[in-house]
Design a protein around this ligand. Structure first.
Ligand code: MRU
Length: 344
């Protein structure tokens, strides 16, 4: 089951509307760039690797529906679409990475038909590669898990955050495929509850044992010896920090205090070799996410709200980073990683 894909028949992007989970599994068809941009902003499609593919497919979609008659006008339309999509969410680098990859491939084309073909081919390839990379992350990461381990995870770095299989949850899936008995503890991940709504749902679909906790229970479960390893995904990895869902930093501190390994699972597309943590914009979301729970008002409407979607975990709190190419251990020498892997 893919969270996002291209539909050849309707010439559109199809995605699982993740805001409807776990109650309903609703497929959404995006036939235009504005519809896709809305889906990204409202987290109907979400998670860094899935956003990368959404960006790539979005540029390909723009090429298919453009009325341009010549290559130059077509590229201009695609660049316009790229700008709209790029502005939807700032923190996950994968979004721009996916957009740029399809744009630069398409620009090689010399005719409208060829540009359309190149763009769509590249975007579809990205979706297939994402599944492959998650499987590779899964295989590498599974070597870090032992039979009987309990893995705590935050947000959703599973099938729904990627095209399929998942990064953090991909490691759990691969370890289980190897015959290891693994249990998961999922943090609910306030305020949008990606953990309770999506992670528990997708794990239960696969019969993987999962226990849901509130975010404020993390200290208690770690102090009680209930957690063997923490595995999270990433929205952007820079030289001095890993950006991921708000609460990840706190998790890393509690894990370090209790001597519990803290692993980050992400494809190389999540690495930003050119910036440091202080350069990165952390998305701030609407105050209404904290003032309402569904339709229910849960805070005074006049209260001041601070609602960042991500935080930065310093490298010294991270035990290893698992990529599709293998496991990176501290000290994470960015110069070396860059030389070995950039552009792969
Ligand atoms: O706001 P979201 O739901 O897009 O945030 C997603 C996360 O923080 C994930 O942990 C991250 O993107 C990795 S998904 C494999």
């Amino acid at each position: 089951m893919r969270s996002i894909d291209w539909n050849d028949e309707s010439n559109s992007i199809v995605l699982i509307d993740q805001t409807k989970l776990p109650k309903d599994r609703v497929m959404l068809e995006c036939r235009g760039v504005d519809a896709l941009a809305e889906a990204i902003r409202s987290l109907r499609v979400r998670g860094a690797p899935a956003l990368g593919v959404a960006g790539g497919l979005g540029v390909a979609l723009a090429a298919q529906i453009s009325k341009a008659r010549g290559p130059r006008d077509l590229i201009q339309d695609m660049e316009g679409a790229a700008q709209i999509l790029r502005n939807t969410r700032p923190t996950a680098i994968n979004l721009s990475w996916g957009i740029d990859r399809v744009l630069s491939k398409a620009k090689v084309g010399r005719s409208v038909a060829r540009i359309r073909e190149l763009a769509l081919g590249e975007a579809k390839k990205m979706a297939d590669e994402d599944v492959q990379k998650c499987k590779q992350i899964g295989e590498h990461g599974a070597s870090l898990l032992e039979d009987g381990d309990v893995v705590l995870t935050h947000c959703n770095a599973g099938r729904m955050g990627c095209v399929d299989w998942g990064t953090a949850l991909g490691i759990v899936r691969s370890a289980i495929e190897e015959g290891k008995r693994i249990k998961v503890i999922a943090c609910e991940t306030r305020p949008l509850n990606q953990g309770s709504r999506i992670t528990t749902w997708e794990l239960l679909q696969d019969d993987i044992p999962v226990t849901l906790i509130t975010d404020s229970t993390i200290g208690h479960v770690m102090n009680s010896g209930m957690v063997d390893k923490v595995i999270v995904g990433a929205d952007r990895i820079v030289e001095d920090a890993v950006f991921n869902k708000i609460g990840t930093y706190t998790l890393s501190i509690v894990a370090k205090k209790h001597g519990i390994p803290f692993y980050v699972a992400a494809p190389l597309a999540s690495f930003d070799f050119d910036r440091r943590a202080s350069d990165i914009e952390i998305e701030e979301r609407s105050p209404s996410e904290l003032k309402y729970f569904g339709d229910e008002q849960i805070a005074p409407l006049e209260v001041k709200v601070y609602n960042p979607a991500f935080d930065a975990t310093p490298m010294e709190n991270i035990s290893a980073i698992i990529t599709e190419h293998g496991i990176l251990y501290p000290p994470f020498s960015f110069e070396e990683i860059k030389q070995r892997y950039q552009g792969r």
